[in-house]
Design a protein around this ligand. Structure first.
Ligand code: DQA
Length: 147
């Protein structure tokens, strides 16, 4: 079983950008924790980060026939991208949307997710731990959680 983790724009800046909002953990640290959990449960995992909408759409499309589930933080594209929403919808795989911050207690423009309605569920506001919660939920959904 394979999980693909897709990270949107500016998430490569984690650890540096707005630490008061996103914390001090770097993206590589988040990924290595996810990798450990995946390994422990015999899941294959792949990580992808892009600042470009079309590359994210391409990656989601590539998941068809290659992955069993998607964990995605579309970052700023969450609030604007019909293209990413349509791609998630098109591949029709279990998908979990993650936000480090609680988008519902931030600026009004962040309080709307274009992508959440086509995902299985959304995790928002638990900091980097949200990725761990998404891993547990995804492995459970795919029926192979060893916990
Ligand atoms: C984010 C929230 C978005 O509004 C923002 O544009 C991001 C990160 C989060 O993880 O909290 O880049 O997706």
């Amino acid at each position: 079983m394979k999980i693909v983790v897709i990270q949107g724009p500016n998430l490569n800046m984690l650890g540096h950008r707005e630490q008061n909002v996103y914390g001090a953990m770097k993206l590589e640290e988040i990924h290595s924790q996810m990798e450990a959990v995946a390994k422990q449960n015999n899941f294959e995992i792949e990580f992808f980060q892009s600042n470009l909408e079309g590359e994210i759409v391409d990656k989601i499309q590539e998941c068809l026939g290659d992955a069993d589930g998607i964990i995605i933080n579309p970052a700023a594209y969450t609030h604007s991208s019909i293209a990413i929403r349509d791609a998630i919808s098109a591949v029709s795989l279990p998908a979990i949307e993650v936000h480090i911050s609680n988008i519902y207690r931030r600026e009004e423009f962040r309080q709307k997710s274009m992508t959440a309605p086509v995902c299985t569920g959304q995790i928002s506001g638990f900091g980097p731990f949200g990725y761990h919660l998404a891993m547990i939920s995804m492995m459970q959904m795919l029926g192979e959680l060893d916990a």
